[in-house]
Design a protein around this ligand. Structure first.
Ligand code: URP
Ligand code: ZN
Ligand code: ZN
Ligand code: ZN
Length: 488
């Protein structure tokens, strides 16, 4: 098997530039990018004429092998990643869930799970409680384990949710470590109340899930997190932005100069909540995720926000459960495990929805599916670029072919697909991961254990501006008034 590959004659697309060029790969690394590269015998040559040669996708938001809501996701690090590679995604960042509140135990558990990996991956870490140990462990994660982002849950009352007091502590610690704070922004107390209301009204089906946690609760929590981040003066990343309400809060904060990053997910961009009213339980329950898929209009607005740059990168929140697991909630939507698929479908659906409709250029497509994520998490240009020295994570994309999505042909272990039956333009024909051809002629060639852990260093660039802002704030403070106490 040749470790030397020449991708000849394609249009090489980076986030800032595209041109016709050859790409030469050796031992997992891109060695040369320019027209008319001459190679010796024994080099595998792939003709990419008329096709786009782009950086493999990077999914900033996945849950593989996650224990959640009394069960475990059906996709592990092998099946989820195999699916990803078949869809042109060559790296993902998964959320480590602490074990009994211990970050190091959680980290060790995920190191074990990830031994099945067939593509590169990184970790975010969820913070589900707060004490001095957690605070110290955060420091170890950043300084020794290559984790530079922490997710705080403002929802899932009784399990993952933390209070504002603890969120503030977390934001402060992220700031001091040069880590990025992420939030799941829904008002968990109000969601809890909303769920009770639905059950009292006798609405126990999947539609009750959406009705119990409306956009206003996502908007409220997003606004609160943004203001708390402003108070602490640290950047904020809002995961799975599903509503106009949340997106507008992010836009407002950005306008005022605050560093807030909003991540839409594919399900929020392309689906609407009509599916939750399907009379067949599983057909509806497979769409249950949090925040919920919204009424028509929200998705279109999120697309527009992605097009104009308010939202900058697209994730999936891939978190799959099969029909048996979804049916745990047959009598009560609160017991339906939350999550949908997307790892395999993200690249195709973003292309079809955003590029084919004229809302994103081809270079913008690369930016929102790959480069922005690499830059944001400090792994650019090793990842997210087709250039000499970068990892050879590359896709060959045929804009004139078509894709078709079905559970009968997808590579996830789930028996359903929330995009069942969708067709669209464009197809990932070849995926090269770590310099190896892993997807070609609709066939996967993947080996468990071949994926590498990508360590993500703490931030500098985000904080340059922030330190200045802190200085400005301090110098702007007026001297306290020396008051004379009134004698009463
Ligand atoms: O429904 C969802 N989103 N499941 C995954 C966990 C989370 O909140 O991201
Ligand atoms: Zn050029
Ligand atoms: Zn979440
Ligand atoms: Zn998630």
């Amino acid at each position: 098997l040749s470790s030397k590959i020449l991708i000849a004659g394609g249009t090489v697309v980076n986030a800032d530039h595209q041109e016709v060029a050859d790409v030469y790969v050796e031992d997992g690394v891109i060695v040369d990018v320019r027209p008319n590269i001459k190679v010796s015998d024994g080099v595998r040559i792939i003709d990419a004429t008329g096709k786009f040669v782009m950086p493999g996708g990077i999914d900033p938001h996945t849950h593989l092998a996650m224990e959640f809501m009394g069960t475990e996701t059906i996709d592990n690090f092998f099946s989820g990643q195999a699916a990803a590679l078949a869809g042109g995604t060559t790296m993902h960042i998964d959320f480590v869930i602490p074990v009994q509140g211990s970050l190091s135990k959680g980290y060790e558990a995920y190191v074990e799970k990830a031994k099945l990996s067939c593509m590169d991956y990184g970790f975010h870490m969820a913070i589900t409680k707060w004490d001095d140990t957690v605070s110290k462990e955060m420091e170890i994660m950043v300084k020794e384990k290559g984790i530079n982002s922490f997710k705080f849950f403002m929802a899932y009352k009784g399990s993952l949710m933390i209070s504002d007091e603890l969120l503030l502590e977390g934001l402060k610690q992220c700031k001091s470590l040069g880590a990025l704070a992420m939030v799941h922004a829904e008002n968990g107390d109000a969601v809890f109340e909303g769920q009770k209301r639905m059950i009292e009204l006798g609405i126990t089906g999947p539609e009750g899930h959406a009705l119990s946690r409306p956009p206003v609760l996502e908007g409220e929590a997003t606004a609160r997190a943004i203001r708390l981040a402003a108070f602490v003066n640290t950047p904020l990343y809002v995961v799975h932005v599903m509503s106009i309400d949340a997106m507008e809060e992010i836009a407002r904060a950005q306008k005022s100069g605050q560093k807030v990053i909003g991540e839409p997910v594919v399900s929020g961009l392309v689906l609407d909540d009509s599916v939750l009213w399907d009379p067949d339980f599983i057909t509806a329950a497979k769409f249950v995720m949090s925040p919920p898929i919204r009424a028509p209009g929200h998705g279109k607005a999120l697309q527009a926000a992605l097009s104009t740059g308010i939202l900058k990168l697209v994730g999936t929140d891939h978190c799959t459960f099969n029909s048996t697991q979804k049916s745990f909630g047959i009598d009560d939507f609160r017991k339906i495990p939350n999550g949908v698929n997307g790892l395999e479908e993200r690249m195709h659906l973003v292309w079809d929805t955003m590029v084919e409709s004229g809302q994103l250029s081809v270079t913008d497509f690369v930016r929102v599916t790959s480069t922005e994520c690499a830059k944001l998490f400090n792994i650019y240009p090793r990842k997210g670029a087709i250039r000499a020295g970068s990892d050879a994570d590359i896709i060959i994309f045929n804009p004139n072919s078509t894709f078709h999505i079905s559970a009968s042909s997808h590579h996830s272990r789930s028996d359903t697909n929330v995009y069942e039956g969708r067709n669209g333009k464009g197809k990932v024909e070849v995926t090269i991961a770590g310099g190896k051809i892993v997807w070609e002629n609709d066939e996967l060639k993947v080996v468990p254990g071949s994926g590498k852990y990508i360590s993500m260093p703490p931030f500098n660039y985000l904080y340059n501006g922030i330190d200045k802002a802190d200085e400005n704030y301090l110098t702007s403070l007026k001297a306290p008034v020396n008051r004379i106490k009134p004698s009463l």
